[in-house]
Design a protein around this ligand. Structure first.
Ligand code: C2O
Ligand code: CU
Length: 454
């Protein structure tokens, strides 16, 4: 078993077991639903299960509650989610709540809790502060555990969400199977450089399925890219669709486009349709050069939409979705540079690092002090930069402002490029981390942990 990247602590940074338990008990007690809201109780059992990624081939998957993806957890802003995780696997696991702004003690990493051993149970409890499309996944031995299926979506709705004819969650992933139908174990060299891109593309755990949508309707699709390394340049049959949300929820106004880049771990909420009866529309990823050895020359299919008979529509796409205030106006001096680099080595082949250090120990940040970080990529491949527990705004990509303002927890840093982000550490002190969300890069050491201090 390869170990979790979170385990390469630097001496002196590991909180004591007593400190961890205190922080956990406090966070648990503080998680109370708002007036009129509820506690959404979920039991998640991590266990092996037979799964048919490909029709006719049975694969031993690692699942939450026997399905891949695991169950979609659905709740409303102000609710409390209480998840009891039982580990029936033969190795430890933890669940990270990707994108949720919750206390550090509930973040589900090896920094803040002892991984949940085989046969053990651990309860996560937190209040949902934001509406949007999030996901949960194992944060232990990820190149194995996520690849085998330990992930699921978490959808948080709000009373003032725009109205659509349907609200669907589409979780994209890919998997590589060996001849015997079992998931291929992690590789070396090329895979350490590119990350794992499986040749079987999955939509909600099925290979290129067909979904049905009524003609004349407009649906909200919540897309989660749960792939280990695949960048999805999403196209819906070349049609125009509207981006309405990203990682951290709704954006200011709908953005009409024909494609949307979803790096690993990214989410995109889009308004799709209306289509005409009898049409077949492809959900696919367009060719994209991200600097990997393996190139995509053609569009690759994730699934198709079959358009059935027309149904009445109640969908309304408002011109304004919500107000996002910029964290920074005018010029600003960055207070941190995060350099994404690499060296060659024997352990992984390509040893990815941050500021020349694998599993970097970064300086703390203080609650209430605006953070402006330059994240520069000193390597020939794109990296999806993920910050745990806080949303950031992208100020610049290679010196240019992004097309629209949004809240993100994951953003692409182009090969040999640079992004500038801003974020505000609110009052949630503790141990946090940032890392590349290509799982092989994270495992090799392209990650940093740091404290938010009062
Ligand atoms: Cu989606 Cu550290 O993870
Ligand atoms: Cu990377």
């Amino acid at each position: 078993m390869s170990s979790s990247p979170d385990h390469h602590y630097h001496a002196g940074t590991v909180p004591s077991e007593a400190e961890r338990s205190r922080a956990y008990a406090e966070a648990y007690a503080a998680a109370q639903p708002d007036a009129g809201h509820r506690v959404v109780a979920v039991d998640l059992e991590a266990s092996e299960a037979d799964w048919n990624f490909v029709p006719g081939i049975t694969t031993r998957a690692w699942s939450f509650n026997g399905t891949v993806p695991g169950p979609t957890i659905e709740a409303t802003v102000g609710d409390v989610v209480e998840v009891r995780l039982t580990n029936k696997l033969r190795e430890p696991t933890v669940i990270h709540w990707h994108g949720l702004r919750i206390p550090a003690a509930m973040d589900g990493t090896g920094m803040v809790q002892r991984p949940v051993g085989p046969g053990e149970t651990f309860t996560y409890r937190f209040r949902l502060p934001d509406a949007g499309t999030f996901w949960y996944h194992s944060h232990f031995n990820e190149t194995v555990q996520l690849e085998r299926g330990l992930y699921g979506a978490l959808v948080v709705r709000s009373a003032d969400d725009p109205v659509f004819d349907a609200d669907r969650t589409l979780v994209l992933d890919d998997v590589e199977l060996e001849d015997d139908g079992q998931v291929k174990p992690p590789g070396w060299w090329i895979e350490s450089h590119d990350g794992r891109e499986g040749s079987i593309r999955l939509l909600n755990g099925m290979q290129e399925p067909q979904i049905t949508m009524a003609a004349g309707q407009i649906e909200r699709w919540r897309i989660v890219n749960a792939s280990s390394a695949r960048y999805v340049l999403l196209s819906i049959g070349g049609r125009a669709f509207n981006i309405i949300g990203t990682d951290g929820g709704l954006i200011g106004s709908p953005v009409s486009t024909q494609q949307m880049l979803l790096a690993p771990a990214d989410r995109g909420d889009i308004a799709v349709g209306p289509f005409t009866e009898g049409e077949t529309v492809r959900i696919e990823s367009l060719p994209l050069d991200r600097g990997s050895f393996k190139r995509h020359k053609k569009p690759e299919l994730f699934g198709t939409v079959h358009v059935s008979a027309a149904a009445p529509s109640v969908a309304q796409l408002p011109e304004r979705l919500r107000e996002i205030k910029p964290l920074v106006t005018g010029s600003v001096t960055p207070n941190r540079e995060v350099r994404l680099g690499f060296s060659l080595g024997l352990k992984h082949g390509v040893e990815f690092n941050i500021n020349r250090e694998q599993h970097h120990h970064a300086d703390p940040v203080r609650v209430g002090e605006l953070q402006v970080w330059d994240i520069s990529n000193r390597s020939p491949v794109h990296h999806p930069f993920h910050l745990h527990g806080f949303f950031f705004q992208v100020l610049e990509v290679n010196g240019e402002p992004p097309a629209f303002l949004s809240w993100e927890d994951t953003a692409n840093v182009p090969a040999f490029g640079r992004i500038r982000i801003a974020w505000m550490p609110d009052d949630r002190p503790g141990e946090w981390m940032y890392h590349c969300h290509i799982l092989e890069h994270h495992a090799a050491g392209m990650m940093a942990h740091f404290d938010v201090i009062p």
